[in-house]
Write a protein that binds this ligand. Structure first.
Ligand SMILES: [Zn+2]
Length: 283
């Protein structure tokens, strides 16, 4: 499942290819991903509009478009859900079987493909109102984090997945950040000391920034026809390194901790798997 770094890498990849491109034709094959926007509404808004910006907010892609005829700008939101992909392909190439939406940009189609249709491609921006600060942004200060954790008895691992606390952190990077900070995933949020909170904030930022750097430098196969590696789920291009080998705790149950060799343990918290080192993460 794509998390913040995977979406950020995709945004950086798409921005130079989409900016200034005009949408000539809109083809909606799975109206479900648009909801609550209706296909006719999307068609009307997008046809003739052009991309002026591609950015990321939490796990959303935010496309800024300028209306046809030089009118005002508006937002189109994309979310990859569990299995979504976004990529460009020549208009001459047949659209993939699970294409949800395709935008004809002239020489190329911008394709949103989603085999399970949990993703989003919509004009509805109401989901953005409830999001907390970006973990890599200036608003995610130590004082904010301390204040937000102080009020909760939830286990810190579960709390980190709360998108209104900090936006874009998912299961993989919550586990990895707690490992890096040496914090037990079961510790109630309100029991983190100031020093531990600072360590966890730094670990979150470093872990996410490293993953973005790594993904920006590795050859990926965007339509996802290549080798799967479980992390950069677009699929890695032939010969590219295995991204999953970078992970210390996530999905490594029973394997030795890279620091102390104790087997990594798996527990279930709020119906999600948590992976941690029982020796390194005792705080
Ligand atoms: Zn360890």
């Amino acid at each position: 499942m794509p998390e913040l770094p995977e979406v950020e890498v995709l945004v950086r990849r798409l921005a130079p290819r989409l900016n200034n491109k005009t949408i000539r034709r809109v083809e909606v094959r799975r109206a479900r991903v648009l909801r609550p926007t209706r296909p006719a509404e999307l068609n009307r808004a997008l046809t003739g509009a052009h991309f002026v910006g591609v950015a990321r907010r939490a796990k959303y892609l935010t496309f800024t478009l300028r209306q046809a005829g030089g009118g005002g700008t508006f937002l189109l939101l994309g979310h990859l859900g569990m299995t979504g992909r976004m990529f460009l392909q020549p208009v001459s190439a047949p659209l993939p079987k699970h294409t949800a939406v395709a935008l004809d940009l002239g020489g190329e189609n911008f394709v949103f493909e989603d085999t399970r249709y949990f993703g989003r491609f919509t004009l509805d921006t109401s989901t953005q109102d409830r999001l907390g600060p970006e973990p890599l942004g200036d608003e995610f200060t130590l004082e904010y984090f301390i204040h937000a954790l102080r009020r909760s008895r939830q286990a810190i691992k579960v709390k980190l997945l709360d998108q209104s606390l900090v936006a874009g952190v998912g299961n993989i990077y919550a586990c990895e950040s707690l490992f890096r900070a040496g914090v037990s995933p079961r510790l109630p949020a309100c029991e983190l000391t100031r020093a531990l909170t600072e360590r966890l904030r730094n670990a979150l930022r470093t872990t996410l920034a490293e993953a973005i750097d790594f993904g920006s430098g590795v050859a990926l196969d965007w339509p996802g026809q290549g080798e799967k590696d479980g992390l950069f789920y677009y699929g890695r291009a032939a010969g590219a390194p295995d991204c999953e080998e970078r992970l210390c705790a996530y999905d490594r149950q029973g394997q030795p901790c890279p620091v102390c060799r104790t087997p990594i343990r798996r527990i279930v918290q709020a119906a999600r798997s948590t992976f941690y080192c029982p020796r390194c993460q005792r705080s």
